[in-house]
Design a binder for this molecule. Structure first.
Ligand SMILES: NC(=O)c1ccc[n+]([C@@H]2O[C@H](COP(=O)([O-])OP(=O)(O)OC[C@H]3O[C@@H](n4cnc5c(N)ncnc54)[C@H](OP(=O)(O)O)[C@@H]3O)[C@@H](O)[C@H]2O)c1
Length: 314
C-alpha cells in the first residue's frame, strides 16, 4: 500500500481509503452482518488501509466503525467524520448541532477525537454561513483536541462544477485543511481549477465516489453517455455500444472499476481515494489495482481526450 500525505495535516494516509457512506453504507445495503463487518475491516487493516471516512448522517456507519475498530491502536488509523450544516439549518437529517454531532460521533466511534472533521456538503450560497457561524464552533472543538483538522465536502449533486469549493479555496484557503471531492473518469472537471488550487495551498484531497453508479451500473452509464453525446460534452460518435469502456481492460488492467480507481489516484494532488465497496473480494481487488500504479499511458491519455471536460451529478 502506498501512503501519501494529506496536505498540510501531515497525516499519512493510505492511497485507498474506506468510505462508509454511498450506496452501500458499510454493507447495510447488502446485508453484511456484524461479523462480516469485522472481517471486512480487519482485512482492510491487514491490506494497509488506514483512512476511514464516515458521517453523522451515514445510518449506523459510525457505530459500525466503533465496533470494528475496537481494540485497534488508535494512532494506527485516521478517522474522519462530518456534520451537515445545510441539513441542520433546514431542520432535517442530522437534527443536532455541530458540537452535539461531534460528541455523538465520538461516542458512537468509541474514541476521544476524530482526526478530520468535515462540513458535509457546503453549497456556494451557504458558504458564508458555514464560515462565519459554524467554523468558529469547529475551531473550539479543535482547541479542545476533539477534532484534529477541519475540511468540507463538495455537494456533487447540486454543484458538480464545484462552485462552493472554488469559493472556499479562493477566498479562505487558510481555513481548510482537507477537501473531499469527486475526480474520476466521468468527472474530470476538478482538474481545471480546483485541484491546482488545492495543490497551491497544500490542502489534502479525499477523492470520493469514483465508481459510484455511473461506472457500476451499465444502464446509468449508457444514459449519461447518451446525454453527453447529445449535449456535446463528448464527440457524437464517442464511447458507443454496450461496453463503452471495454478498451480500458487491457494489459495489467483487470476491470473498468480497477481503471477508475487507478485513474482517480494518479492525478495530483490526490491524497487518498475512497472505495465504498461492501465486498471483501472487491476491496482486495481495489487495493491490488492501486498497487499496480497509474493506468498505462495510452488508456489514461485517451480518457482525458474523450472526457477531459466531463462533470456529472452522480
Ligand atoms: N458529499 C459527500 O460527502 C460524499 C458523497 C459521496 C460519497 N462520499 C463518500 O465516498 C465514499 C465512496 O463513494 P461510493 O460509496 O460511491 O464508492 P465507490 O467505490 O465509488 O462505488 C461503490 C460502488 O462500486 C462497486 N464496486 C467497488 N469496487 C468494485 C470492484 N472492484 N468491482 C466491481 N464493483 C465495485 C460497489 O459494489 P460492491 O459493494 O459490490 O463492491 C458499489 O456499488 C462513500 O462511501 C462515502 O463515504 C461522500
Amino acid at each position: 500500500m502506498e501512503y501519501r500525505t494529506l496536505g498540510r495535516t501531515g497525516l499519512k494516509v493510505s492511497l485507498l481509503g474506506y468510505g462508509t457512506g454511498g450506496a452501500r453504507k458499510f454493507g447495510a445495503a447488502t446485508g453484511l452482518t456484524a461479523s462480516d463487518r469485522l472481517a471486512f475491516v480487519r482485512r482492510a487493516l491487514d491490506l494497509g488501509v488506514n483512512f476511514f471516512d464516515t458521517a453523522g448522517g451515514y445510518g449506523d456507519s459510525e457505530e459500525y466503525l466503533g465496533e470494528t475498530l475496537a481494540g485497534v491502536q488508535r494512532d494506527s488509523y485516521v478517522l474522519e467524520t462530518k456534520w451537515n450544516g445545510g441539513g441542520w439549518l433546514e431542520g432535517g437529517e442530522t437534527g443536532v448541532t455541530l458540537t452535539d454531532s461531534v460528541e455523538r460521533s465520538l461516542t458512537r466511534m468509541r474514541t476521544d477525537h476524530v482526526d478530520v472533521f468535515m462540513f458535509h456538503m457546503i453549497d456556494e450560497d451557504l458558504y458564508e454561513t458555514h464560515r462565519d457561524r459554524f467554523y468558529p464552533e469547529a475551531a473550539r472543538l479543535k482547541e479542545q483536541g476533539k477534532i484534529g483538522h477541519i475540511g468540507f465536502t463538495q455537494t456533487i449533486r447540486r454543484e458538480p462544477k464545484f462552485e462552493g469549493v472554488i469559493k472556499a479555496l479562493t477566498g479562505d484557503p487558510e481555513l481548510w485543511d482537507v477537501v473531499m471531492l469527486k475526480y474520476g473518469i466521468m468527472n474530470q472537471w476538478a482538474a481545471k481549477e480546483v485541484l491546482p488550487l488545492a495543490e497551491k495551498h497544500d490542502i489534502g484531497i479525499v477523492n470520493m465516489a469514483v465508481v459510484r453508479t455511473t461506472l457500476s451500473d451499465p444502464v446509468a452509464m449508457r444514459a449519461r453517455l447518451d446525454q453527453w453525446r447529445a449535449d456535446g460534452t463528448i464527440a457524437s460518435d464517442a464511447l458507443m455500444g454496450d461496453e463503452p469502456f471495454d478498451w480500458l481492460v487491457e494489459g495489467d488492467v483487470g476491470s473498468v472499476a480497477e481503471a477508475a480507481y487507478r485513474f482517480a489516484a494518479q492525478q495530483e494532488p490526490m491524497s487518498t481515494v475512497l472505495t465504498g465497496t461492501s465486498n471483501i473480494a472487491h476491496l482486495e481487488a481495489n487495493v491490488a489495482a492501486l498497487e499496480r500504479g497509474p493506468l498505462p499511458d495510452p488508456q489514461a491519455r485517451k480518457l482525458v481526450e474523450l472526457l477531459g471536460g466531463s462533470w456529472s451529478p452522480d
